[in-house]
Design a protein around this ligand. Sequence first.
Ligand code: MN
Length: 131
Amino acid sequence: MQTNISRTILVTEDNPTNLKLVRDILESQGYKILEAMSGADAIKSVKENKEKISLILMDLQLPDINGLDVIKTLKSDTTTKKIPIIVVSAYAMEKDIENALKAGCDDYITKPINLVSFIARVNSFFDAVRN
Ligand code: MN
């Protein structure tokens, strides 16, 4: 867990309750958190903090831009495309997951999130990236 201290995760989520839940979970694991509550905020934050963001968690239903378009924007920019993106969405149909993967996301977690498996997925993602 101590290795997480240097890792910053950008959480994109427009629902304050969900945002707080995810933030609390990840901070308990030692991660530093940046928050974005809209697609435009997410893109702005990534551009400003791209050197330190290790992972982006991306809601799809956002008040301004569809999360898929945020993913496409970030993945088509050579300066941000290497930052991994995990979608965290209530959309759970196979087609939704397929579309998100096509847009360029690296993994997909469905809401409502399960505390234990959510932590395991995020942590194991870093294990996978490191190896
Ligand atoms: Mn949402």
